[in-house]
Design a protein. Structure first.
Length: 148
């Protein structure tokens, strides 16, 4: 399992409106209702990836998980992997910039982020699944080497 020791000060958490539950990483509780909404209203590509692959994956994945002040599409705590499924709006320059900022914040939590386009999930599904498994294997290998 991928681990990193964090020492979150009360000031840090408060400054970002975060709470530190007993489960994984700090999160903004004000985003929980939005995350629940997004779980009930997934895109076609998110549904396909969830119901046909990640839901029954050998590692547990969460969907629409709140981490810090962000909601990630899919999250595997065991290997510290975030999977994002991007629709056409992610071609917008402002959205691209926000995605980059978000990725930097998530990387500060020692998370790896992989992104796929909706079209990749819908039309190259097997390749996406293989890429995800390959990334998980790579992260596990990296972690096992660190443990030695």
């Amino acid at each position: 399992m991928k681990t990193k020791v964090f020492n979150f000060s009360k000031e840090f958490l408060k400054s970002r409106n975060l709470v530190l539950g007993s489960f994984h990483l700090p999160y903004n509780p004000n985003l929980l209702d939005k995350a629940k909404y997004l779980r009930r209203h997934m895109t076609k590509a998110e549904k396909k990836l969830w119901f046909e692959f990640l839901r029954n994956h050998k590692y547990h994945f969460y969907r629409q998980r709140v981490i810090d002040n962000y909601i990630v599409d899919f999250f595997c705590a065991r290997v510290g992997l975030v999977i994002e499924i991007d629709g056409p709006i992610h071609n917008n320059e402002d959205v691209k910039e926000n995605d980059e900022i978000r990725s930097l914040f998530l990387k500060d939590y020692n998370l790896d982020i992989v992104r796929f386009l909706n079209e990749d999930v819908l039309y190259r599904f097997e390749n996406v699944c293989q890429d995800i498994d390959k990334k998980i294997d790579e992260l596990e290998k990296k972690f096992n080497e660190l443990e030695k």
